[in-house]
Design a protein around this ligand. Structure first.
Ligand code: CA
Length: 231
């Protein structure tokens, strides 16, 4: 019998009740859990120990979650699930841009946190740099670079988020509403025009000058990214 590998989780959370609750819940789910009560302590642990996943609260004393994530990402690629206090798109985008891997909005159900942690832990050993690609387009998440072939493409943060979403869900048709709720944190039931405009701008940068188009429109459904040779 091979010994079972116990995954290690670091929870950085200053609110004592939430911290204790998360530690207990994750331990009962089979993880080994360390708990840090403030940003500086959490960062130190994260740098010194080997964790499979870090659960990082954003509002923390001594050093907030953003600062922790920023410093940590200079040297470590440990998957980070960050916890935001409000469902604010700026928080979300900021967290993902700083190198967070996923987020949860407080208050959340424990089962949901557990599902996210499991997904992050399954990704396996942290990668040095994450590359997403389709056709000859490459997106380097950590270095925030996009190129097609040898051509470097500059994107705004929002365009970057949009392209990242399409690439992560490659082959899956995403509705305008899905895209809007992820990239803009809004429900555009009545106005998906915003998404169309953003897609058009992104296409102008990544597709217009190239014979092989990447962003495909699925009429009446939404968009999908895949390399398509010209007819
Ligand atoms: Ca807090």
């Amino acid at each position: 019998m091979t010994p079972e590998l116990v995954m290690r989780i670091l929870v950085i959370e200053d609110e004592p009740k939430t911290g204790a609750y998360l530690k207990k819940g994750l331990e009962e789910s089979g993880y080994s859990v360390d708990l840090a009560n403030d940003g500086a302590d959490g960062l130190l642990l994260a740098q010194e120990q080997d964790y499979d996943v870090i659960v990082l609260d954003v509002m923390l004393p001594t050093m907030d979650g953003w600062a922790v994530l920023k410093v940590l990402r200079a040297t470590h690629a440990t998957p980070v699930l960050f916890l935001t206090a409000r469902d604010d798109v700026n928080d979300r985008v900021r967290g993902l841009e700083l190198g967070g891997d996923d987020y949860l909005v407080k208050p959340f159900a424990f089962v949901e946190l557990l599902a996210r942690v499991r997904t992050l832990a399954r990704r396996g050993p942290p990668r040095e740099s994450e590359l997403l690609a389709v056709g000859d387009l490459e997106m380097d998440i950590n270095r925030r670079r996009v190129k097609r072939g040898a051509t470097r493409i500059d994107l705004t943060p929002r365009e970057f988020s949009l392209l990242q979403l399409l690439l992560r869900r490659q082959g899956e048709v995403l509705s305008r509403t899905q895209i809007a709720s992820y990239v803009w944190d809004m429900n555009f039931d009545s106005d998906t025009n915003v998404v169309e405009v953003a897609i058009r701008r992104l296409r102008a940068k990544i597709d217009d000058a190239f014979p092989v188009k990447l962003i495909q429109t699925v009429r009446g459904v939404g968009y999908v990214i895949e390399a398509k040779e010209p007819d």
